[in-house]
Design a protein around this ligand. Sequence first.
Ligand code: NAD
Length: 474
Amino acid sequence: MENASKFYIDGKWVEPISHQISELIDPSTEKVYAKVAMGSAADVDKAVKAARRAFATFSKTSVSERIDLLQKLDAIFRRREREIAETVTQEMGMPISLSTTGLLDWCKVHTAETIEILRKFEFAEKLGTTTVYKDPIGVVGLITPWNFPIGQVFTKILPAMATGCTMVLKPSQLTPLDAIILAEIMDEAGVPAGVFNLVNGDGRTVGEAISQHPDIDMVSFTGSTRAGVQISKSAADTVKRVVTELGGKSANIIVDDADFPSAIESAIANCFFINGQACDAGTRLLVPRNRLEETVKLAAAAAEANVVGPPSDPKTTLGPVMNANQFKSIQEHIKSGIEEGARLVAGGLGRPDGFEAGYFVKPTVFADVQPGMAIYKDEIFGPVLSIVAYEDLDDAIRIANDTEYGLAAHITGKDMEKVRKLARELRAGSVYVNSPDWDPKAPFGGYRQSGNGRECGEYGFNEYLELKAVVGHG
Ligand code: NAD
């Protein structure tokens, strides 16, 4: 890819200030397939200066000008969407059946939703004798992970553009190529110079430079809790706003009156979504104790029905995990599950039969998982499900909330009154009832160590706005 050796700053493709190159490894072959430039603090500074200059005028653009830009972005994205999906599939192993559907839909539906909100959004509100103005916060630093790459980038660039902010994006160093295509799209769409800037690089260098930069007003970060803590600390000296979307260990509660065959099939699909690498996956499956053995049989069969294979094959449902580190960490968790006495009912250690290379993991299910075990507590970020038995619904609530995280929870059950009551007791930012279609209006974010702030829909706009109260206004 021509622009992989450059950064997009101030409306131009520019050479990095220092010349560092990183090799990108295809997770299904373990072979190098591309090289990308890695930035430095000096590149970040250059991008921030461009964004600051652009903010002076972009923050004053009209709503209709910004809607026009978003519509142009959408039209060009649609023209290049197949290329984007194939790029993501190579970068991080997302099955092509998902990258060409759910991933692209996420970007397009959120664009449409952003335009709809922007049309109606009140940037000034009267309260008593006060007018409250909602001003764009300024220059925003956007740091994103690799697991749903272009999707997470869209979740941030859309509200930033809609509210009149200017930005510096640092995507994951493992998935920079889809963001390079996005920068090309921004350029073609005529986004004014400096409004959108892209600097590739690693967390410790470019990410840290963004978090610390005194002229960045806010950082919006999606990624691990470990990095979220680091970013919050680095940002503290300059008192910038920090929005963090972090990890999870979400519960999936199956109520006794659920239709078990379909509920367990959905639970497996949910846990193994994006090769087991979704932040809000229901990785702890909670079932009534008297339904445990039935659940074990259904879960093992559903896990084994997965088609593990190259992500570019349309039949594949489970591709490789991201890289050697992820593979190693997942294997260590499976080993710990066995050693700590959980019952392995599907999958296990090593690659699936027939795979000599690639970071492929066996679809794995454990039963009899107990509090205290690593597979009960840790975000494994791989296709590994932990089944936990509960005595009654109070016990299910206790187990579901027994985590340092609070990103999501899932419930399947027929008695809606019972289900609603249960949902109110769960300490999680999203509660998904009966495997719903995803709703772009729903705010997304976590309680506890799953983060601070919300993304998506109208609530997502608020993160990018400062409030100014003009008091005594009449
Ligand atoms: P990661 O934290 O390793 O990296 C995410 C991004 O942060 C990358 O761009 C990385 O370069 C950067 N980074 C890392 N250390 C940094 C530092 N010290 N300072 C600044 N930037 C730094 O996460 P990952 O492995 O790319 O993604 C997986 C994690 O993301 C999982 O924990 C998952 O749950 C989480 N996630 C959360 C959500 C959500 O919305 N809550 C969504 C997707 C993924």
